[in-house]
Design a protein around this ligand. Sequence first.
Ligand code: FMN
Length: 304
Amino acid sequence: MMPDLSVNLGELQLRNPVMVAAGTFGYGLEYQDIVDLSRLGAIVTKSLTLAPRMGNTPPRVAETPAGMLNAIGLQNDGVDAFILETLPRLCEYGTPIIVSVAGETVGEYAQVAERLSRVDGVAALELNLSCPNQARGGMEFGVSPELTAQAVAAVRTATDLPLIAKLSPNVGDIVPIAQGAVQAGATAVSLINTVLGVAVDPKTRQFRLASKCGGLSGPAVKPIAQYHLWRVRQALPETPLIGVGGISSAEDAIEFILLGAHAVQIGTANYVQPTLALEVVEGIAQYLQVNGFESVEAIRGVVY
Ligand SMILES: Cc1cc2nc3c(=O)[nH]c(=O)nc-3n(C[C@H](O)[C@H](O)[C@H](O)COP(=O)(O)O)c2cc1C
């Protein structure tokens, strides 16, 4: 018998637990010729801001021994262009569309969310809390429980859509931040975004990124993501969690589910193998079958 891959994250129901992560799969449509988008658990778009953004000056990507460092700087077309041009075409695939919301102020998060909640076709919002906060000299919202709660509460007031708070790993203790997000109205938590880092080129004697500092992703960050997920899961056992960070195989995804993730997201690995998310779906089904489990839920959280 085929195992049941469906998962429920509160009001958000998915046919399988595998999503593509924000910013690593464009808006989704870019991949429509090579990936059957209708078989993904969900598509998370790149983060959208109120106005279009060009992003940072290149070079803004650097390869590292077990991953990559990026400082794209939230390049996007702006929420209105997305709603008008991209969303209607994405919806044709029947896959839940989770729109990633970014902002440099609490008000910007709320305005982007409000516009997205006025249209059909958005299944949920994911709040990118790794954005630089204008009012605090560029400090990430997600490093403070108060700022996190403020951003989530403002978006909660602006929309009834399911709300996923995507946490930053660049903190000492992630638990109060996750608690702040949930108390302010987040219905699920995804973790993690990229880990702050720099890279230096000894040939040019310069930083490899024009903005000097960037976010590390890929296999190197998997244990960090799993650590944070494990801790949040202990503190908030009722909150649906989405694991993201360094997933490059079905086994990696299964590890996150064993640790308590309801769903997973594939990020940097899309650049290596664009069809990986679909292979992960198949790999999870195979693992369940071979080991005699009837559903994803049967293995969720068995490692604690
Ligand atoms: C090039 C690039 C762009 C990204 N853009 C976004 C983004 O727009 N919004 C967001 O929330 N996360 C963004 N991320 C973070 C990823 O969604 C993910 O959280 C992180 O890379 C860890 O997962 P991974 O190791 O599987 O890539 C980006 C990551 C990369 C590598």
